[in-house]
Design a protein around this ligand. Structure first.
Ligand SMILES: *[C@@H]1O[C@H](CO)[C@@H](O)[C@H](O)[C@H]1NC(C)=O
Ligand SMILES: *[C@@H]1O[C@H](CO)[C@@H](O)[C@H](O)[C@H]1NC(C)=O
Length: 389
């Protein structure tokens, strides 16, 4: 490459985008869960996401109808290896290679697959038989991306629930639970080597629900409150999500990982739930999701890590009528199954569609099949402008 990068800011941006393995651009993403038989089609989802200017999306599998619908849209997607596939992926590197070929390589570059989440909430979960399989599966999937020269494009990670932690109050005292430590440390060492972040599923709603007598709901909802004080850090927290993220940073530091970034791969609040689920109602769900959106738009770090801008994927896009478990599980959607909003956080439902969005889709799909590199870098710029808010 002989062009001076100094004089060519577009190319510099282009190479910056490619050079760092980043599955996330911007700060606001969404989980597109599909355990439902009544939600809009993947094509309609594209329309919905573009109208909402949500660019970062996660799915829990590698559904080909979704990957096809996302082709040429500019949406950036993280796909998943399910927990049920971990045994096979850890035991057979050739299966991992075929999986990456079939579900990633064959959709690139038109579908912007940017990450693979290997397993979901494995460590700290109920199925101990999976604990020992996770790292092997992660390594085989990573090796497959490397073999296919996709390791600079595709970020490998796994999402952790808060149950991997012990002593998370105050945040500075947090560490990994004894029962996950022996699996977590080698996993983090590998993630550190390949530059992957620590992915956290963080739900202030569940903390509130577990102790509604003592937890101030305003603290969980980003509403004005006196908050908490962390004496070791000498820091004040005015909302629980920031505290949960800093607890994850503390656990990482206590385990010797000082540089790893924490990304929130799920957070949300259910708009309905069982009698026993305190706080799961539409008022609180709207307040949480409205304030979360404002919090993320500030592009600010946490009290302990002010330079690590908080990035989060909201859970979830739709209410999912077939989700098992408590009533709340079916009611996390920002949108109802018919595509209308569950409550107003500034997004529009499907039927309030905007026809001008269609022209952008056409522009992009033409661009990607033409002079790929230049058009890609220019349309990235346009999209960065278009999606940023
Ligand atoms: C991954 O690939 C490297 C070299 O390409 C090899 O040394 C290593 O054993 C592989 N790891 C696994 C888990 O297959
Ligand atoms: C929602 O729950 C809060 C308590 O968390 C309660 O104060 C409020 O009245 C409830 N709102 C509705 C609409 O049920």
């Amino acid at each position: 490459m002989t062009i001076s990068r100094h004089f060519c800011p577009f190319l510099t941006l282009f190479f910056t985008l490619i050079a760092s393995v980043q599955a996330f651009t911007g700060t606001y993403g969404i989980n597109y869960g599909r355990i439902a038989n009544n939600i809009p089609s993947p094509d309609e989802v594209v329309t919905l996401l573009r109208a909402a200017k949500i660019r970062n999306v996660r799915i829990y599998d590698a559904d080909h109808s979704v990957l096809k619908a996302f082709s040429g849209t500019g949406l950036e997607i993280v796909i998943g290896v399910t927990n049920g596939q971990l045994q096979d992926m850890s035991a057979n590197s050739d299966h991992a290679l075929s999986w990456v070929k079939d579900n990633v390589l064959s959709f690139l570059p038109e579908t912007r697959i940017r990450g693979i989440a290997v397993g979901n909430e494995v460590l700290g979960g109920n199925d101990y038989s999976l604990f020992g399989l996770l790292l092997g599966a992660v390594k085989n999937i990573y090796n497959a991306t490397k073999k296919l020269h996709l390791d600079e494009l595709i970020q490998i990670s796994t999402a952790n629930s808060l149950s991997v932690f012990a002593d998370s109050y105050p945040p500075s005292s947090c560490k990994f639970n004894d029962n996950v430590n022996q699996y977590m440390k080698p996993l983090l060492e590998f993630f550190q080597q390949i530059g992957s972040p620590f992915c956290l599923n963080a739900y202030p709603s569940l903390a509130y629900e577990s102790d509604p007598e003592h937890i101030d709901i305003n603290y969980a909802l980003f509403q004005p409150t006196k908050g908490i004080y962390d004496p070791k850090y000498d820091l004040h927290y005015d909302n629980m999500l920031d505290a949960q993220i800093d607890a994850a940073y503390a656990a990482l530091e206590n385990a010797g990982f000082y540089k790893m970034e924490v990304i929130v791969t799920e957070t949300g609040w259910a708009s309905n739930g069982d009698q026993s689920e305190a706080g799961a109602n539409v008022t609180n769900a709207r307040t949480y999701n409205y304030n979360l959106r404002k919090r993320l738009a500030k592009k600010k770090g946490t009290p302990h890590r002010p330079n690590n801008v908080v990035k989060a994927y909201v859970f979830a896009l739709f209410n999912e009528n077939l989700k098992p478990g408590q009533g709340s599980e079916k009611n996390y959607g920002l949108f109802k199954a018919d595509g209308s909003i569950s409550y107003d956080v500034g997004f529009h439902g499907l039927n309030a569609g905007d026809s001008s969005l269609l022209s952008l889709k056409n522009f992009n799909s033409q661009g990607l099949s033409g002079s790929y590199i230049m058009v890609f870098s220019i349309s990235s710029l346009i999209l960065l402008t278009f999606w940023s808010w």
